[in-house]
Design a binder for this molecule. Sequence first.
Ligand code: FAD
Length: 287
Amino acid sequence: MKIKEIIENSNRAVLSFEVFPPKKDSPIESVYSKLEEICAIKPDFISVTYGAGGSGADNRTCEIASKIKNDLGVESVAHLTCVNSTKADIDSILDEFKAHNIENILALRGDYVEGVEPKREFVYASDLCSYIKARGDFDVAGACYPEVHLEAGDEVEDVLNLRKKVDAGAEHLISQLFFDNSVFYRFVERTRIAGINVPIEAGIMPVTNKKQIERMVSMCGASLPAKFAKIMQKYDTKPDALRDAGIAYAIEQIVDLLANGVDGIHLYTMNNPYVARKISEAVVSLL
Ligand code: FAD
């Protein structure tokens, strides 16, 4: 089923998860038991990331998205980046998605990879959105950045660029992770003023270890509220306590977002069924 229909038919906020495929040198089956547990939670859909710098051939996104949808019975969304792909590459990936019954794509530009010359056939995610929409087979989603994309000049420029992506065919948006809900509320306000009226899911990352938070923040520039930084500091050397505090923080964020009428919650599960289950159990009755 197309995500647009899931959102329209659900009449409540949706709950979706994000998972990632195993590394190239690990067998694909190495994630199957985790995927089974994650799918058993029955989120509205699960999205599957696409390897950074991916050009298609070495990518396992299709295989995992197909497993989730066709074997484990949860609707899936395949992420797809375009900056390192030609139109011919994208055509063959889309054919592969179609052959595996995958109907939903998160269309992304992707990041430039050092030492890899971009193909320059797609410059922005909006180019990929319109290219995929022209085929007519897929529901297309786009990414958005409550704290502004790192390369954008300012928030006005970024939101006007986001409008181009929606005009090019992105039917709903999934946000970058954030830890301060007020940042998200201001962002949603900007989008509505800019005439962006599609559903926007809030990206929530339950932080379960210190390394993970440092990596994510340096990569995506998310700011850390004092309350959050204090928790990280206090439980720095106690892994179980840090995990539980991270789960509690994510639940508190989600409760507040739902109370404020968010369209959906997109949980970055990091392939961790325990964390996904704890959070889902706490919020499912509030959706
Ligand atoms: P775009 O929407 O193209 O935006 C990139 C920059 O260009 C922004 O600064 C924007 O303001 C600007 N821009 C956009 N359109 C125009 C225009 N017409 N004119 C001028 N400027 C413009 N990366 C992966 O490699 N694999 C993944 O699976 C993956 N999944 C992600 C999932 C989510 C929910 C998010 C939020 C990000 C994900 N990323 C992933 C990261 C993403 O690839 C990077 O953030 C990348 O830098 C930007 O991708 P985009 O699709 O948002 O780009």
